[in-house]
Design a protein around this ligand. Structure first.
Ligand SMILES: *Cc1c(COP(=O)(O)O)cnc(C)c1O
Ligand SMILES: *[C@@H]1O[C@H](CO)[C@@H](O)[C@H](O)[C@H]1NC(C)=O
Ligand SMILES: *[C@@H]1O[C@H](CO)[C@@H](O)[C@H](O)[C@H]1NC(C)=O
Length: 564
């Protein structure tokens, strides 16, 4: 974070300030003393210096207080690390290590290059059969390995088979050529969009006046929420608004704050709070510039639903917004709740302080990617996100979200999918996911040396270990073809439960047992792949990590031809 060295600097400055002011300004004081020469001037002088330093202390003291002792120690540690890493000798080592890491990433993406790479358009178009042949060749392995089977979980929460897929494909075809910008030409798409919003709002127990927008995904939904609170803050005269979130928040709120010039304060949550954001922790960060608290239902790393009823009371008392990120748990939590399967505080519009909720339909809603809803309790909040353009040569222009032209196919398809399942379908689905979630927790707790990290409320099972390096476990599972997420703070491995995870639980536990047995026999094992990167993270300076991550995006967006 860019402010870190600044804070350290401030601390030192706060201590030195009175002294500094005295010495730099004393010539002036001398000059003043000559004509006036009174003791009163001396007293006034001291009061001025102390006042200035108290003001500074107040500003920076709050910052220190918010970080807490641990935060300050961590900050100091990072500063020391940064200084050490800037020594020329160390810098050389770091540079070589980074280059090695980047090479490994490049190989994992591009291998030895792509023999079928096409760097520029061919002079003549290709025949239809040839294109389909190429696509079939390229996608065959992916479809078999990834989709819906669970082992290679890829953020696909349902298994796209049978009648559902047939319906989705048909609808997609019908709307292959549509544009939401022209609702006069495509009134049916406008209707689907409005109905999807209405269904989501009902699911979240919204009132009649509760409203929303259909977006391209959770990230865009959260962006629009952040934007509305920034505008709300500005309307109240807050020039640099702040959002408070737990450090378990999804990265999309970090992006949102970065894009919109909002300050984000991440509040650490840990074992002592069950990895949930609690009102107690948030209260001491409530300064005058806070416009919104951001909570999750549930969090992506741990599947924990934050204490949203308590946070709602806090938000109401302070007159600020409370955004609930229900992107991951959208639809699923609602249908678990209807069947009495939830064991956490309410998270939706039944909680009076909740002012907006983001809910992804393209996760547990079973729709194809590209569909999410941002719901607002108060229509006035929604209107803060609109950007009407009235002075352009185009005439009057406004779109409901961040996007301009959008295809209608994904919207129509989502509409068809949700209608196809209805309440009964989703209820069955939620019960199945809930059962699998419990099964996985029991299976992990039965393996000595591994444990479920905390009370997880839905869909995610975070696995920790007091005995093994959990990244080594993840790396061994990766070798067996499992594609699992890992997290940090604390180190953990996470399983996101998809529709058919219950079918593969035996295979999973067998591989997991084999992994820990292997580690018992081979304590010197070093993790490889993504797991190794995670293992090295705590000791790697932020600037180096950012460099690696930026290069990763560059590599992903490039094509490498095979050498002939
Ligand atoms: C998936 C997710 C998001 C972001 O959604 P995208 O659809 O990937 O843009 C935000 N928050 C949580 C908790 C999520 O799980
Ligand atoms: C694709 O869209 C066009 C134009 O709307 C339509 O005529 C055609 O039938 C659609 N394709 C399919 C497969 O439905
Ligand atoms: C999602 O799709 C699968 C079939 O592909 C179905 O079994 C499951 O119940 C669906 N989920 C919902 C929410 O209905």
């Amino acid at each position: 974070m860019a402010t870190d060295p600044q804070v350290l600097f401030c601390v030192v400055l706060t201590l030195l300030l009175p002294l500094r002011l005295h010495t730099t300004l004393s010539p002036i004081q001398e000059k003043l003393r000559q004509p006036f020469g009174s003791i009163r001037l001396n007293a006034a002088w001291n009061v001025l210096c102390v006042t200035l330093s108290v003001l500074a202390c107040r500003r920076w003291g709050i910052e220190m207080w918010q970080r807490g002792l641990r935060g300050m120690v961590a900050l100091a540690g990072r500063e020391v690390l940064r200084t050490v890493c800037s020594l020329p000798y160390i810098r050389g080592i770091v540079r070589r290590e980074v280059a090695k890491e980047l090479k490994a990433i490049e190989v994992s993406i591009h291998g030895n290059g792509d023999p079928t790479a096409v760097l520029e358009l061919p002079k003549q178009g290709l025949p239809r059969e040839e294109i389909l042949r190429r696509i079939q060749l390229a996608s065959a392995a992916e479809a078999a390995e990834y989709v819906g089977v669970g082992k290679k979980w890829a953020g696909i929460y349902h298994s796209p088979v049978g009648e559902l897929v047939d319906l989705q494909n048909k609808v997609w075809g019908i709307y292959n050529c549509s544009n939401t910008l022209y609702e006069g030409v495509f009134p049916s798409v406008r209707k689907y969009e409005a109905e999807l919003i209405s269904w989501a709002v009902r699911l979240l127990n919204g009132a009649r006046s509760t409203c929303g927008l259909l977006t391209s995904g959770g990230t865009e939904s959260v962006m629009l929420a952040a934007l509305c609170y920034r505008e709300l803050g500005r309307s109240r005269g807050i020039a640099t608004p702040r959002i408070l979130a737990a450090n378990t928040c999804h990265p999309c709120i970090v992006k949102a704050c970065h894009y919109f010039g909002i300050t984000l304060t991440k509040i650490p949550v840990d074992e002592s709070t069950g990895f949930a954001l609690r009102a107690r922790r948030v209260r001491r960060h409530l300064t005058g510039d806070v416009v919104c608290i951001y909570a999750s239902a549930p969090t992506f790393p741990h599947g924990v639903v934050d204490c949203i009823e308590d946070l709602g009371k806090l938000a109401e008392r302070w007159g600020i917004g409370l955004h609930v990120d229900n992107c991951l748990g959208g639809v699923l939590l609602s249908y678990m709740d209807k069947q009495g399967l939830t064991e956490h505080q309410a998270w939706d519009f039944r909680v009076p302080g909740v002012s907006s909720i983001s809910v992804d339909l393209h996760k547990y809603g079973n729709t194809s990617k590209g569909v999410s809803v941002i719901a607002f309790r108060d229509p006035a909040l929604r209107r803060l996100t609109y950007v009407p353009v009235t002075d352009g040569c185009e005439g009057l222009y406004v779109t409901p979200t961040m996007q301009g032209a959008r295809g209608g196919a994904v919207i129509a398809q989502a509409w068809a999918t949700m209608l196809f399942f209805g309440d009964a379908g989703y209820a069955k689905f939620a019960a199945r996911i809930h059962r699998a979630h419990k099964l996985y927790q029991d299976a992990i707790d039965a393996i000595p040396g591994l444990h479920v990290l905390c009370k997880c409320h839905a869909c995610i099972v975070p696995v920790g270990s007091s005995k093994y390096n959990i990244y080594s476990v993840a790396s061994l599972l990766e070798e067996k073809g499992w594609n699992l997420a890992t997290g940090q703070l604390p180190p953990c491995l996470t399983i996101c439960i998809g529709e058919r995870h219950d079918e593969i639980i035996n295979e999973f536990t067998a591989d997991l047992r084999a992994a820990v047995d292997f580690l018992d026999a081979t304590p010197s094992y070093k993790p490889s792949g993504a797991a190794a990167v995670y293992g090295a993270m705590p000791t790697t300076p932020t600037a180096v990590l950012e460099e690696v991550v930026r290069s990763y995006v560059d590599m992903r967006m490039s094509i490498k031809q095979a050498e002939s």
